[in-house]
Design a protein around this ligand. Structure first.
Ligand code: ATP
Ligand SMILES: Nc1nc2c(ncn2[C@@H]2O[C@H](COP(=O)(O)O)[C@@H](O)[C@H]2O)c(=O)[nH]1
Length: 215
């Protein structure tokens, strides 16, 4: 039996081609269930923390590594946390159609490289994207079957506290991110599911149920 997976606008389709003609013994394997999961939420809400915990618990999940023009933070590794690119290189990739989505956020460009995501989904993997609102809206157009989850903070004060306590952004960057947060949170109803990241454990349990159907 040969199996050909193709990515179409409607998602992944599989064609099963029997390699020999023998109706009595012909069995069709179920096609692999590739899925695209989008996690969005204001900066500092805890998306990265939640994704890291999910990957530790479920190593079979696949996180797409984004490209960005922002400067690496201390400890961030090129190719692991992001592909850190010069702006002209990022723009060349945009022109070549190499991003599934991309957006400008707080003065920097961010994008999801297309090829790896498409390959992993065609292989039946569950692929996670951790992206901001504009990109998540674009994904809804290009991948309508993607399941989109919005992560909410328990309160605005707690969001600000988390951003400040993270201690990795300048005051200017923190203020830009907090300004963005208001508009992002107002759009949370556009998503398939809203999860409040109050305690990590309860938010993780809700994500596991939504993504893997288990508690
Ligand atoms: N449930 C939680 N309770 C308390 N603190 C949390 C919780 N989740 C995350 N944090 C803390 O909040 C800070 C921001 O988390 P994180 O970096 O994961 O946010 P993010 O949404 O990925 O931000 P960005 O979009 O800027 O990458 C971190 O210091 C993290 O340890
Ligand atoms: N549209 C996209 N947004 C992305 C992508 N990768 C990350 N992000 C989002 O950008 C902001 C800022 O991230 P930070 O690492 O500078 O704090 C945050 O909301 C990320 O989720 C992407 O590929 N496309």
């Amino acid at each position: 039996m040969r199996q050909n997976n193709t990515l179409t606008k409607e998602g992944v389709t599989s064609q099963l081609t029997p390699s020999f003609e023998h109706p009595a013994t012909l069995t069709l394997d179920p096609p692999p269930q590739g899925k695209l999961i989008v996690l969005t939420g204001p900066s500092g809400v805890g998306k990265g923390t939640l994704v890291k915990a999910l990957l530790e618990r479920h190593p079979d999940l696949h996180l797409s590594v984004s490209a960005t023009t922002r400067q690496p933070r201390p400890g961030e590794v090129d190719g692991k946390h992001y592909f850190f690119l010069e702006r002209h290189h990022f723009q060349q990739m945009v022109a070549a159609g190499e991003f599934l989505e991309w957006a400008e956020y707080a003065g920097n460009l961010y994008g999801t490289p297309r090829q790896n995501v498409e390959q992993q989904i065609a292989r039946g993997q569950i692929v996670l994207l951790e992206i901001e609102l504009v990109g998540a809206r674009l994904i809804q157009q290009t991948f309508p079957k993607a399941f989109r989850i919005f992560i909410l903070p328990p309160s605005s004060a707690e969001l600000e506290r988390r951003l400040r306590d993270r201690g990795q952004d300048s005051e200017e960057a923190i203020l830009k991110r907090l300004r963005h947060a208001e508009g992002e949170i107002a759009a949370s109803h556009e998503f398939d599911l809203q999860v409040v990241n109050d305690t990590l454990e309860s938010a993780l349990a809700k994500l596991e149920t939504a993504i893997l159907g288990q508690g």
